[in-house]
Design a protein around this ligand. Sequence first.
Ligand code: FPP
Length: 252
Amino acid sequence: MLMQQLNARKIPAVQPAIDHTQSLHVAIISDGNGRWATSRGLPRSAGHRAGAEAARRVIEAAPRLGIHTLTLFALSSANWKRPAAEVNAILRLLHEYLFAETTHCIDEGVRLSIIGRRDRLPATLRQAIADSEAATACGTRMHLRLAVDYSAREAIYHAACRFYKVTELSPESFSNVLAEVLRGGSTEVDLLIRTGGEQRLSDFLLWECAFAELVFTQKRWPDFAAADLEAAVLEFGKRERTRGALPDAIAG
Ligand code: FPP
């Protein structure tokens, strides 16, 4: 009886809502492909293929969640230490992605950029990157940045080497030089997600993540779904971002 009365009085939980008009930069360290494959008795390359599928799902879902820039870590400069076959498998997936998805990106208003070094990539891939970037340059709905042969430390170092030639020295002009080095821009990250259970930055967007909110999940990247991205954006919405100032409640 008491339970019936309590149930009748239950106030429906207020579902936190996503602000679809916000303009977020979400960056993702897509980790766990190898473990996902190994735990299924599959070669690591199968994990990367499943990872590319996860990337497609997340890219598709992102604009509806108020994400205006999405940066995915596809290959770090440190990954060259892996066996050549594995690195080549990731580069092949990237090439396939550009080949299959460029038209889709144009249709969806997605501008695609690659950030990172290009000189160590195969010439055919470099050409495919340049073609996709040119073809999608007018996209305004979302900026998709794939980090390939990327090292934040190296990018910052190269920007610093160029910076001494700049006449107006300011953090903003340093960001502009960094954007030139990266070619795909350098914008503040609002939310950084890392899948796969590790809790570190792994040389990813070190300058841009200065005030980012961090969300770590145990899920391995191939299992990461649109609903997980939505959950992370909701979690972000609950955080109070003070950037060193006092929280509103205390500041009055
Ligand atoms: C980290 O998992 C993942 C990578 C090094 C590669 C990520 C590649 C993709 C998501 C596919 C390429 C993307 C596109 C859009 C085509 P890991 O291998 O370090 O996993 P582990 O920690 O379990 O070994």
